[in-house]
Design a protein around this ligand. Structure first.
Ligand SMILES: NC(=O)c1ccc[n+]([C@@H]2O[C@H](COP(=O)([O-])OP(=O)(O)OC[C@H]3O[C@@H](n4cnc5c(N)ncnc54)[C@H](OP(=O)(O)O)[C@@H]3O)[C@@H](O)[C@H]2O)c1
Length: 313
């Protein structure tokens, strides 16, 4: 009789409780890294978000690795990742929709001056002078027009904002202006009143949200980063806000997570800090994706959302 595929889960303990039963029902045996003893050669598949360096390489018979999140930088930061093993990232409508609610929320809070109005309310001031700029004259610009960036762009377009996106390849999305490649980055930034980062974290995009980029934005632009902390240079963000080049920022991700107590971002009046919660992968959807992926690998069929490891996303 054919042996059931065995999956190694390397993730916080609460994930193991969520995954155990549906995997068992789906015909998959589960080993939990750090909890169960297992023989490395028996592991067929691995599931993680940020596996310990060297773990994936230590599994000689791996057929594929699944990411619990949309980003796979937590795997590729490990220089020992075995490049021949397919890496499947998590793509899900629910995740994209939740990301879009985060992005739309922070665009609207800035656009409608809501923070200043909250402050005025606390002081009992009837602050009618703070009318927002007209929506159709407000240029919202998205770095990364992929799964999540495209949905965010469409949502913001539907509110009437002037929306553009920057990606490696040219895009055709109704009502969205597409800028492509390094040669068009300057022109893209020059028309970004609200800049949103939804890029994957790769060699090319690490530290991209830095002083050099902020100088190319219109004065008083607002920054939203819901992608990865490695995209941003936090001291440059603070300096750009303090000089007035940036009006403020909403940040969901940080160079170090959890954000250290000593970080000036916590108490900066023009920075909104959220604890990497723009969207959390839905466990039911991720179980479904992994079961479907394993079934396809076992049948020798193509599997969607396999990452290009050289490109990094
Ligand atoms: N904060 C959270 O809770 C949370 C939750 C989920 C996801 N995320 C993050 O959200 C980000 C976006 O995820 P996604 O699924 O939308 O990614 P994706 O589908 O892979 O899209 C990536 C986009 O970035 C573009 N891009 C990549 N490298 C580029 C470069 N060097 N120059 C120009 N454009 C480049 C790609 O261009 P092409 O289309 O031309 O290839 C693509 O449009 C990731 O960083 C992910 O980790 C965060």
């Amino acid at each position: 009789m054919k042996r059931r595929p065995r999956l190694l889960l390397s993730a916080p303990a609460y994930w193991a409780n969520i995954w155990a039963e549906p995997l068992e029902r789906g015909g998959i045996d589960l080993s939990v890294y750090g909890r169960d003893s297992f023989r490395p050669e028996e592991i067929d598949y691995a599931l993680s978000f940020r596996p310990p360096p060297g773990l994936i390489k230590s599994l000689p018979n791996l057929k594929a690795v699944f990411s619990l999140g949309a980003g796979v930088d937590g795997f590729l930061v490990d220089s020992d990742y075995p490049k021949h093993v397919p890496l499947v990232r998590f793509v899900d409508d629910t995740l994209s929709r939740e990301m879009a609610t985060y992005v739309v929320l922070h665009v609207l809070l800035f656009h409608r001056n809501q923070r200043a109005l909250d402050d005025a309310q606390r002081k009992g001031i009837w602050l009618q002078s703070m009318l927002p700029r007209r929506t159709e004259e407000t240029r919202v610009a998205i770095l990364g027009l992929g799964e999540i960036g495209t949905l965010c762009a469409e949502r913001l377009r539907d509110f009437g904002f002037a929306v553009s996106g920057w990606s490696r390849s040219r895009k055709r999305v109704e009502g969205i202006k597409s800028f492509a490649g390094k040669s068009e980055l300057g022109a893209f930034l020059a028309q970004s009143d609200i800049l949103i980062c939804l890029l994957p974290l790769t060699r090319e995009t690490k530290g991209i949200l830095n002083a050099k980029m902020f100088e190319q934005l219109p004065k008083g632009a607002f920054l939203i980063n819901a992608a990865r902390g490695g995209h941003q240079v936090e001291r440059d963000i603070v300096a750009a806000i303090d000089s007035g080049q940036l009006a403020g920022a909403a940040l969901d991700v940080f160079e170090t997570e959890p954000l250290p107590d000593s970080s000036p971002l916590w108490k900066h009046p023009k920075i909104t800090v959220t604890p990497h919660i723009a969207a959390i992968s839905d466990p039911t959807a991720s179980v479904r994706t992994v079961l479907d992926g394993i079934a396809r690998f076992e049948r020798g069929e193509p599997v969607p959302n396999v990452v290009d490891i050289e490109r990094g996303y």
